[in-house]
Write a protein that binds this ligand. Structure first.
Ligand SMILES: Cc1cc2nc3c(=O)[nH]c(=O)nc-3n(C[C@H](O)[C@H](O)[C@H](O)COP(=O)(O)OP(=O)(O)OC[C@H]3O[C@@H](n4cnc5c(N)ncnc54)[C@H](O)[C@@H]3O)c2cc1C
Length: 393
């Protein structure tokens, strides 16, 4: 624990500048610690006047973890439309909240966003914190990170979830750093540990060769980003909740960055994340031209075409079709993997599909173990037969 010795302090503010967690302020000439202190000791080393010491006890930021309650989802929206990943995260948060006997809150920053809370509630949010202000109209890192960090410090949620989107990937690490807590990025699974109640956050690690489960036992909140398409949204048409309006003032530091122009990204012709059915092809196709089999089967089923990375790397199909850890995460009702072995990096992107069917000549391929149905044999015979049967119908 950090111990302040005010009688030695000369008010140089070196400790305030060096503290990575904004845990020391000067009140008049007296240094004061707040509960963000993690006891890292950076201020002890920085103080030249022996006004700060480290003791053996725990620091304020590390104690009283039980004061943190509830699960928060940081809502993302554009043009008054909520991003699907927010609804998926609320669905997961609801499942986790039942095991923690707690509530789910969504946090919504923006301008004129008052119409959005009912949708968040219908997907399971018990409470929506709204911060509605002109300077929050478009996402900017500094004001969003500052305001959400301040809210977290004030309300002490136990867990905070973000979409692993451009915004979430930018915002979550900033907030984790400000709060001095941990963050697991790009999770593919979230569970509650039955014994400790900790949030177990699973993600591919070491180049995707293993799935690592990460916990944050000593700091709060426990924070994770989750890729779109991994969790499932649930709709409860009758569910309502509480709206809490938070008033904020614009600060000078909020405006260090201004947005000059927004250029919308061209919409990809492939929409794997929203597809109900995906037919994916892998190296077992043998050659680029055999993708026409996959496309034909996809047409018969009204499906999108997916692919493994090895065929994308070979240039058989464009990258926007890639499913997996470094491609898209998908959750269709039906995923048909044709000539795909089911490497862990591929499974990371499609294992939550409702039904998985594998076409593979190797009965021991990992995709066969992950699939609900498997057709063992040569895809060059199986797929044309499937197409012919579907066309007859
Ligand atoms: C950091 C990292 C990230 C990665 N990210 C991704 C990712 O996002 N997505 C991804 O897919 N991969 C990813 N990979 C690559 C991954 O490890 C595998 O190499 C890749 O998924 C293998 O692709 P595949 O299944 O098409 O090919 P293979 O592993 O070669 O499998 C081909 C399969 O086809 C079957 N087969 C062969 N001929 C036939 C036939 N005639 N009929 C039926 N079956 C047949 C074989 O039995 C085999 O199971 C990543 C790897 C790393 C290191």
């Amino acid at each position: 624990m950090i111990k302040l010795l005010p009688k030695n302090c000369v008010g140089c503010k070196q400790c305030v500048k060096i503290c990575p967690f904004a845990a020391i302020q000067l009140e008049g000439k007296t240094p004061v610690l707040n509960d963000r202190c993690t006891g890292c000791g950076a201020c002890v080393d920085a103080c030249r006047f022996a006004a700060i010491a480290l003791t053996g006890k725990k620091s304020p930021g590390m104690k009283n973890l039980s004061a943190y309650r509830g699960i928060w989802v940081i809502a993302e929206h554009r043009g008054n439309s909520i991003h699907q990943v927010t609804l998926e995260l609320i669905g997961k948060a609801l499942e986790l909240s039942r095991q923690r006997a707690t509530e789910v809150s969504a946090v919504l920053l923006g301008e004129r966003v008052k119409e959005l809370p009912p949708l968040l509630m219908r997907h399971g949010a018990d409470r929506v914190y709204i911060v509605d202000a002109a300077h929050l109209r478009r996402y900017r890192t500094l004001p969003y990170a500052r305001i959400i960090s301040e809210l977290i410090v004030a309300c002490k949620p136990e867990m905070v979830l973000f979409g692993a989107t451009t915004m979430g990937r930018d915002l979550a690490p900033r907030i984790a750093n400000r709060l001095g807590t941990g963050l697991t990025a790009d999770c593919t699974g979230l569970e509650i540990a039955p014994d400790s109640g900790l949030l177990l956050q699973t993600r591919p690690a070491f180049g995707g060769n293993i799935m690592a489960t990460i916990a944050c036992p000593d700091h709060r909140p426990q924070m994770a980003t989750v890729r779109p398409g991994v969790m499932q949204s649930i709709c409860f048409p009758e569910h309502t909740g509480e709206v809490v309006h938070i008033a904020v003032k614009e600060k000078r530091e909020d405006n260090l960055v201004s947005i000059l122009k927004t250029i919308p990204k061209k919409r990809s012709a492939v929409d794997l994340e929203k597809a109900q059915i995906i037919v994916s092809g892998g190296r077992g196709l043998g050659a680029a031209e055999n993708f026409k089999l996959i496309k034909k089967l996809a047409d018969c089923l009204g499906a999108e075409v997916g692919a493994s990375r090895s065929v994308v790397d070979r240039g058989w199909i464009s990258r926007e079709h890639q499913v997996g850890q470094t491609g898209k995460s998908v959750r269709p009702r039906l995923y048909i993997a044709c000539g795909i072995s089911g490497a862990v990096q591929h499974l990371a992107g499609m294992q939550h599909s409702d039904v998985i069917a594998a076409i593979n000549r190797d009965p021991k391929a990992p995709i066969v173990a992950a699939a609900h149905f498997s057709l063992i044999g040569d895809l060059n015979r199986i797929i044309p037969e499937m197409i012919s049967q579907l066309q007859k119908r």
